[in-house]
Design a protein around this ligand. Structure first.
Ligand code: GLU
Length: 477
């Protein structure tokens, strides 16, 4: 297979959208599986949208997901620098070449005048195209004057690896800006120059750039440079329907999911499968499996719906996978202290590991630990309604409940062997002794020792809490 040179080219605007990250995963996979190069390039020429610290956030997110770049910020590479603002000279040099060839021009038209053109065309109900307003007199270029492409309206044909054979008519071609007033290039121009100079073979990006493709193709032609392969990724759609996912749909940024306790393995897995599948029913993929199975041909060409419930399901599957395949200690090591209830800090690591070992299979997010495990670390707040509203317990009188708890506590206090196995037997014997159904007796004990909406299997919960605490709690009601 031809070595693919791919890039992830984010703009440092601060918010890391789910779709942005997916546009990093596919180029990474393609580069790695072909023994090629994955480049990280920071597209920071839009100074109005620039956010301080955003580049660090991008880098951290990529490293968190295991998408290490081969060339780019911090590590450099043969095509350095990797920040567009540091590559200014190059864009200007290429734009000047176009001016010399008569294919671009310095445009001194003031912005008020441009606004007038736009308004006039809109009033006349004709499409606003700058090429109809090209200035008659050309000026010498100097910094502070934008450079525009001098387009030749014509039709184009091209192939997109995902979208298939594409065609466009002359109506979309325009005199787009190449170099802005501030001397920095537009995205439209800069990415073409960078992709060329960095030897990029596959441009993998969101489908929102498709509509600009004719202008890009005109630029490749004018610059007399080869076209790379184009791979347009389908939109990620909002959960409810056929519109692009946006912040307003409640989709959190990748960083928010990270702080809620989505594991990087799960995020990578979920996003890789959002718009791609290997043709089987498989849903859980490790990075190694993705590297083995990923192919551009199987990227779907219609939008993929973002489904947070599915993301959490994948995360739950990953929590179990890590626990069951690599062990409780490995899972424990992946859980940052802030995911635990604060009171857990007062307990030794071994005890927290024990708690994790019995609760892990209930977790969808690591932050669930905060709400699911606090009664292992602090005294629960008595909430009588949990008893009086419980469908199995509401029929019992206060006295009956006290009596039952008393029987349980007396029996348990005599137990020397506090292992879950023994406790299981004792609980079964208590069922016989009290004549209660498991749903009644076990719900009561569970509530009395936890006051939590659910807990792991009762014998395991009792064993982990320890005899003293269990007896104290049973006697509290
Ligand atoms: N800077 C563009 C963005 O963040 C990148 C598009 C591309 O990959 O070429 O959307």
């Amino acid at each position: 297979m031809e070595k693919a040179i791919t890039r992830f080219a984010p703009s440092p605007t601060g918010y890391i959208h789910i779709g942005n990250v997916r546009s990093a995963i596919y180029p990474y996979l393609l580069a790695k599986q072909t023994g090629g190069t994955f480049i990280l390039r920071i597209e920071d020429t839009d100074r109005a949208r620039f956010v301080e610290g955003a580049t660090d956030l991008i880098k951290e997110t990529l490293l968190w997901l295991g998408l290490n770049w081969d060339e780019g910020p911090d590590i450099g590479g043969p095509h350095a620098p990797y920040f567009q603002t540091e590559r200014k000279e190059s864009y200007i040099a290429w734009a000047k070449k176009l001016i010399e060839k008569g294919l671009a021009y310095a445009d001194p038209t003031p912005s008020e005048k441009i606004d007038e053109y736009r308004k006039a065309d809109t009033a006349k109900k004709i499409p606003y195209l700058y090429r109809n307003h090209r200035p008659e007199e050309t000026v010498e270029w100097q910094e502070g004057i934008p450079i525009r492409f001098k387009t030749t309206p014509k039709s184009y044909e091209w192939t997109d690896e995902v979208m298939g054979d594409m065609k466009s008519g002359p109506e979309v071609l325009d005199d787009i800006i190449l170099i802005k007033k501030d001397g920095l290039p537009t995205y439209n121009f800069a990415h073409i120059i960078d992709d060329l100079e960095m030897g990029v073979t596959h441009v993998i990006r969101g489908q929102e750039y498709l509509s600009s493709m004719p202008n890009y193709l005109a630029l490749y032609e004018a610059l007399e440079i080869p076209r790379p392969k184009f791979v347009s990724l389908p939109h990620i759609l909002a959960p409810q329907g056929n519109k692009k996912l946006s912040k307003r749909d409640g989709a959190k940024s990748v960083t928010d999911y990270k702080s809620d306790g989505v594991l990087p393995e799960a995020m990578l897995n979920y996003l890789a499968c959002l718009g791609w599948n290997d043709g089987t029913e498989q849903e859980i993929y490790t990075m190694e499996e993705l590297l083995e199975k990923f192919s551009l041909e199987r990227i779907q060409n219609s939008g993929a719906r973002f489904d947070e419930t599915k993301l959490l399901w994948v995360n739950g599957m990953w929590i179990r996978k890590i626990h069951d395949e690599e062990g409780n200690d490995t899972l424990y090591a992946k859980i940052a202290p802030e995911f635990w209830p604060e009171s857990a800090n007062n307990y030794p690591e071994d005890y927290r590991k024990k708690v994790l070992n019995i609760i892990y299979d209930r977790l969808k997010l690591l932050s669930d630990l905060k709400t699911y495990t606090n009664y292992f670390f602090e005294e629960p707040v008595v909430d009588r309604e949990m008893i009086t509203k419980n469908k199995f317990l509401k029929k019992m009188s206060e006295d009956e409940i006290k009596g039952l708890l008393n029987t349980v506590s007396t029996r348990l206090s005599g137990e020397e062997d506090w292992s879950a196995d023994n406790l299981q037997n004792v609980l079964n014997e208590l069922l016989e002794e009290t004549g209660k159904k498991p749903a009644e007796l076990f719900s009561l004990i569970r509530i009395a020792i936890s006051f939590a909406p659910f807990s792991p299997a009762l014998p395991l919960t009792l064993e982990t809490l320890g005899k003293d605490r269990v007896l104290a709690r049973l006697n509290m009601l």
